[in-house]
Design a binder for this molecule. Structure first.
Ligand code: S3P
Length: 183
């Protein structure tokens, strides 16, 4: 009998600057599984960065790429997948995540997002304009989707990533979503 925890796909969701990638990496290491960042995969496959994709193909083009990458990534098991902040707006992505994995929502305030996204570099939706207002508007639109989809919600944006990852591991065990020694 293996001592490895039994896990399938774990999807990290939440807004820009919520720490999906940093926390996701720690979580994957705690659970001894792979980690993948969907934005990084989109860039590798396109051979171009996200600002370029938005410039040339618009947000719709980016969302099509995002949906296709997510679908491919979620064919794996034992993987933590950090999604982009807007992945939840696409119905097919929501359906896929709730069907194939456990969804973890990192809930942070708009003020924390403003601090963590710095100058907004590399995030086309934050280019120009009032970043706080943009992040607030996106949060108002998307928060109901994050909450509806989430199996686990972590609202402790002040903690360091390692601590948040341990909190998630505990929450997964408490809910019976992570089974030790059972596979
Ligand atoms: C986006 C978030 C970004 C990236 C793209 C669009 C969004 O990912 O996917 O710029 O719509 O909120 P992060 O949440 O990792 O910054």
């Amino acid at each position: 009998m293996s001592e490895e925890p039994q896990v399938f796909c774990l999807f990290m969701i939440g807004p820009m600057g919520s720490g999906k990638s940093t926390v996701g990496r720690h979580l994957a290491s705690l659970l001894h599984c792979d980690f993948v960042d969907s934005d990084a995969e989109i860039e590798t496959r396109a051979g171009a960065d996200i600002p370029w994709i938005f410039d040339v193909e618009g947000e719709d083009g980016f969302r099509r790429r995002e949906a296709s990458v997510l679908q491919e990534l979620s064919e794996q098991t034992r993987v933590v997948i950090a999604t982009g902040g807007g992945a939840v707006v696409t119905a097919a992505n929501r359906e896929l995540m709730s069907r194939l994995g456990v969804v973890i929502y990192l809930d942070v305030s708009v003020a924390q997002q403003v601090k963590r996204t710095g100058s907004g570099e590399g995030r086309p939706l934050l280019k120009g304009g009032d970043r706080q207002a943009t992040l607030g508007r996106l949060m108002a639109e998307r928060e109901p989707l994050y909450r509806e989809l989430a199996d686990v919600i972590i609202s402790d944006g002040g903690s360091n990533a390692r601590k948040v990852a341990r909190q998630i591991q505990q929450a997964l065990e408490d809910r019976g979503l992570l089974v030790r020694g059972a596979n």
